[in-house]
Structures are given as structure tokens and as C-alpha cells.
Ligand binder design. Structure first.
Ligand code: F6R
Length: 568
């Protein structure tokens, strides 16, 4: 949530900052702004709305300079207005900063230090506090202020008395520094500067940096420190050929599955970690939680109790951890605050399954399995979900000493995606205001994920219900304005599902079947039951994307959401 970008070098900062923000826009797109050190002082330009709005505004602005910071916002405190957009300053404009995170005690600090503010943001008080600190040295001022802050922050700051430098501070929210021969980049996500740098540094909690031309100094609370650089992993060149990222990312699924399966070879030692475990908790949010529901099914053969929990609930519940309890945390971004907060309470074995190397969850957990889905930037998770299911399947095969059968899956998913044409169906779905997804067993989990996908990008009211449970209450919602999408991939359940369809139609509801048998409205190919969930979600992702576009929305940037949810 919120993306920070910064540049120190010899080039013009403006286009680089804009490019950085465009790369980070998946983290929030309520407003955007930049601050550049020019020879006439620090100039700030901000706009409400997407980076595109800022870009338009900057065409008319002459702000030349080679040191700058930038921000794209997902609003937490205050409306997504130009006033509340970052960068923020103190009253005298001696401190200009961008912030990702939340300052929980900002009102207390504002009152305690009698700070005058102009915006509704929690960030502005950080600039105000730094400005009034008595220390002479900017780094010391910053260190004193962060001691007062409760919450999370990644901060990039320019001081008007040191306009050639950018200072950084980090706690909980991610912050990386990339270095090439002549340029230094700062970002919430290293992918945003990957094009320019092969090496990068990752700031840890309570670390600081002072950056000026060709020079990076790192500090902890007490002293200057040396830090090791990280290299980007070799990544597969995923194809982009559609108008929207979500369309590309769905189409990239077969390659993402293949890359993930190959890369899994590096994690085979994890088998030892499963020895003697007494129970498993699978914890995540949203789509990643749905993959945990499948994870439980894949790991059930272990004959130990397995619990699946939504991270924001797990945090507040009681659990019986022993040294042999294993908690598995699934997170595409590796930065989801709710999930990471859970890791901290687990005094037991912890394993992260994530798509992002060096993300916060990889540092928090004792072990990690990395997927290789490639950068996922559309807010609705698609290819990463498929890879999460694949990891659970591969884990099952590894633990059972079975040979995974994924060649067919990869071939079938490619052929299937190429042959899918859901445009007519999407037109029909787009006319409904209520859509219900139903299924039994695995198909119910797919129904949950299908409903989430459609609702989050098309704003249609979607729910999911186990087919057999309909008649115990939810059937009351069914009328001629309700569309039901029934998922049916299990041979032994087809007749029961057809009966459910009749019950729905008898109440005036419309029912479409997604299934792997002749009369299904959306036909799935035949595939083993183990792998079917990886395939059966594909048409629901494509359908959601098509409905969204037909309704005139941008699937990559659904309203009110952000890809990386770094606040609890
Ligand atoms: C929905 C979606 C979200 C995420 C959730 C967790 O399409 O993408 O529900 O799955 O916010 O995110 P990660 O996996 O990054 O922890």
C-alpha cells in the first residue's frame, strides 16, 4: 500500500520518478506526487487520482533536478485529495517527505508537540516533528523522531538545508536501494528499478540511510553499518501483449506454472521440515487464503490436524503451538501486514510460500518456498494463485515420494486458454446485479475464488455457497435476477449438481454450469482430480476480466483496493 520511489544521480529525476511510480502504481492509485531538488529550492507537484494525472500536470511544469522523491498513495488517513497526497512538508517547508505505512499515534504526537497541520494525513506530523527536533544533524533529528512513532513506516526525506541528499528510515514497510554505475534508486519494490540496476540493498527494520551522488551510507540506531547487496534472481521473460496487465497475467499462467515447477527443485530439502509435525496451520488473506483451503486438501494425507485460517482472524485467536507445529503462510507479495503479524506470534516452525524473494515474509519465517510466477501487478491475483496451488501439489508429491505429473497440466492450460472464448457469456453475466458461485468439495473452493475475482473487479454482488447448503437458507435469495454459476468437475457429483440446477431454475434463477462433461455451458478439459483446481479457475478469471472490461472498468486498478496490503 503506497509506493515510494526516489532517485539520486546525474540524470533528470522527473521522467525516472514517473516511470518508477507507474511501476509501483499497483500499490495504490488514489493520488500521486513528486518533490525534486531544483536550483530554486525543493519543488513539489501532486495530483489526486492516478499517476496519469500527475504526468499531465508535470508536462506544464519545469522542474529540473537530479535528486527527487515520489509517492503513489492508497489513502488511509484523509480523503484521496491533492491536499492529502504526498510529499508532505512541515509548515516552513524545511523537511519534505514521502511515507508508506501508518503512524498510529499521530494525533497524540500532534497534540503533545502542538503541531500545526494543513492536511488530514498521519504523515504530515513526521515532517513537523523532524523540523522541530533540536539536534543539529539531520540524521540525528530523524533518529529522534522515529523513536516517537508507533506504527509502520518507510520514509524518504529531502531536507532543504541538504538538498543533494535523500534520507531513509524503515520499520515494517518495505524499502530497497538500487545502485548502478552513476545512479541510485530508492523503491518500495526492487522490481521498479530492476531495469537500471543489477544489485540492490534491502533496508531492515530500524535501519537508516543517507544517500547522495554515488554514495550510500547505512546506519542502525547506534552506528554506521555495512550492508551486503542482493542480486535479482534470473527471471523468465513473460510475454505482455494485451491491453491490460490482468489479461497478460492470466495468459502467462502456463509459463508461470512451468517456471514454478522447475524452481521447486531448489526447495526439496523442505521435506525434512515436515518430519514429526503434530499439526499444521495454513494462514493467509483473500485469494492466498483460498489456496490454503486447497493446501489443506493436498496435505490431508499426512494424517495430522490441519487448520486453515484467515490471517486477520488468526492473529486474535488462541492456538496451541508446540515445537512440532508447522505454520504455513501464503502470500503472493510477501508484504501483507495481516499475514506477517501472524508469523510473529507463532513460536513454532514457520514456512512462507511467496512469489517475491527478499520480501518481509521471507525474513519473518524460518523457511521459504519461492514461486516463480513472475511479477504480478494487476490487483486481482491470477497466475500467482495457480502457482500457489501448484506448490501445494508439488509439496504433496514430494512428501509422498510421488512423481508430479505436470506436463499435461501445462500443455492443457495453454491449449485451454488459447481456445477459450467467453465474450458472449460475459455479456450475459454483465447484465446481472447478483451472481452466486456454487460447488461441492474442491469446486466450492473454486467457487469462492471465482466469486472474489468477479466482485473485486466488476463490482457485481457475488457470493459463494456450497451447493448442498443452498436449500438451508441461501436459496431464498434466488429469483429471476440471480445468476448462479455452478462448478462441477467431480464425476460422482454430477447428478447431484444437476438436481441443484433444477432446484434453482424452479425458483426462476438462471444457472450456468462450468464443468468437464458434455452439456456444461463452459466446458473444461479432462484432467486428474488433483490438478483440476489449477485449471478450473482459469475460465472464471477470464470471465471476471471480460465482464469488468465490458462494464467499462480497468481490471488492473479496481476501486478502493491495492495489491500490496501493508496495513493491518
Ligand atoms: C484478490 C487478491 C487479494 C490477495 C490478498 C493477499 O485477487 O489478490 O485477495 O490475495 O490481499 O495478498 P498476498 O497474497 O500478497 O498476501
Amino acid at each position: 500500500m503506497c509506493g515510494i520511489f526516489g532517485y539520486v544521480g546525474k540524470k533528470e529525476a522527473k521522467p525516472l520518478l514517473i516511470e518508477g511510480l507507474e511501476n509501483l502504481e499497483y500499490r495504490g492509485y488514489d493520488s500521486a506526487g513528486i518533490a525534486i531538488s531544483t536550483n530554486k529550492g525543493i519543488k513539489i507537484v501532486k495530483r489526486a487520482g492516478k499517476v496519469e494525472e500527475l504526468k499531465k500536470a508535470l508536462k506544464e511544469e519545469n522542474i529540473d533536478g537530479s535528486v527527487g522523491i515520489a509517492h503513489t498513495r492508497w489513502a488511509t488517513h484523509g480523503l484521496p485529495s491533492e491536499l492529502n497526497a504526498h510529499p508532505h512538508t512541515d509548515v516552513l517547508k524545511s523537511v519534505t517527505l514521502v511515507h508508506n505505512g501508518i503512524i498510529e499515534n499521530y494525533l497524540e504526537l500532534k497534540n503533545e508537540f502542538n503541531l500545526k497541520t494543513q492536511t488530514e494525513s498521519d504523515t504530515e506530523i513526521i515532517a513537523g516533528l523532524i523540523a522541530i527536533m533540536p539536534e543539529k544533524n539531520n540524521l540525528e533529528k530523524l533518529k529522534s523522531v522515529v523513536k516517537l512513532l508507533k506504527g509502520s513506516y518507510a520514509l524518504a526525506i529531502i531536507f532543504s538545508n541538504e538538498p543533494e541528499c535523500i534520507y531513509l528510515a524503515k520499520k515494517e514497510s518495505p524499502l530497497m536501494v538500487g545502485k548502478s554505475e552513476d545512479d541510485i534508486f530508492i523503491s518500495s519494490d526492487a522490481n521498479a528499478f530492476k531495469k537500471y540496476c543489477s544489485d540492490f540493498y534491502i533496508l531492515k527494520n530500524n535501519e537508516f540511510a543517507k544517500i547522495k551522488y554515488n554514495n550510500i551510507e547505512f546506519f542502525n540506531k547506534n552506528k554506521k553499518i555495512n550492508k551486503k547487496t542482493n542480486k535479482f534472481l534470473n527471471t523468465f521473460a513473460f510475454e505482455n501483449k494485451n491491453k491490460y496487465l490482468m489479461q497478460d497475467e492470466i495468459a502467462q499462467t502456463p509459463d508461470a506454472l512451468k517456471e514454478t515447477a522447475i524452481f521447486f527443485e531448489n526447495f526439496k530439502d523442505i521435506k525434512n521440515y515436515f518430519k514429526n509435525i503434530d499439526k499444521i496451520y495454513l494462514v493467509a488473506c483473500g485469494t492466498a487464503y483460498h489456496s490454503c483451503l486447497f493446501g489443506k486438501k493436498y496435505l490431508e494425507f499426512l494424517n495430522v490436524p490441519i487448520f486453515t485460517e484467515i490471517a486477520s482472524e488468526f492473529k486474535y485467536s488462541k492456538h496451541l503451538f508446540t515445537k512440532n507445529t508447522l505454520c504455513i503462510f501464503v502470500s503472493q507479495s510477501g508484504e501483507t501486514a495481516d499475514t506477517i503479524a501472524c508469523v510473529k506470534k507463532c513460536k513454532c516452525k514457520t514456512l512462507a510460500i511467496t512469489n517475491v524473494p527478499n520480501s518481509s515474509i521471507t525474513f519473518a519465517c524460518k523457511k521459504t518456498i519461492l514461486m516463480k510466477a513472475g511479477w504480478e501487478r494487476a490487483v486481482a491475483s491470477t497466475k500467482a494463485y495457480s502457482c500457489q496451488l501448484l506448490i501445494f501439489y508439488l509439496l504433496k508429491c514430494l512428501l509422498k515420494d510421488e512423481k508430479p505429473k505436470i506436463k499435461t497440466l501445462i500443455r492443457q492450460s495453454k491449449q485451454y486458454l488459447n481456445s477459450l472464448n467467453l465474450t458472449q457469456l460475459a455479456k450475459k453475466v454483465a447484465t446481472f446485479e447478483k451472481v452466486m458461485f456454487i460447488g461441492r468439495q474442491d469446486d466450492y473452493i473454486t467457487a469462492k475464488e471465482g466469486a472474489l475475482k468477479l466482485k473485486e473487479i466488476s463490482y457485481i454482488n457475488c457470493t459463494a455457497c456450497p451447493s448442498g447448503e443452498l436449500k438451508h437458507g441461501t436459496l431464498a435469495l434466488v429469483d429471476e435476477n440471480t445468476l448462479i454459476i455452478l462448478i462441477s468437475t467431480k464425476n460422482n457429483l454430477i447428478s447431484k449438481n444437476l438436481l441443484t440446477k433444477e432446484e434453482i431454475e424452479a425458483r426462476g434463477g438462471k444457472c450456468l454450469i462450468l464443468g468437464n462433461f458434455e452439456n456444461a455451458d463452459i466446458k473444461l478439459p479432462k484432467l486428474s482430480a488433483d490438478l483440476m483446481p489449477i485449471l478450473s479457475i482459469l475460465p472464471l478469471q477470464v470471465l471476471a476480466c471480460e465482464v469488468c472490461i465490458l462494464k467499462g472498468y480497468n481490471p488492473d486498478k479496481p476501486r478502493n483496493l491495492s495489491k500490496s496490503v501493508t496495513v493491518e
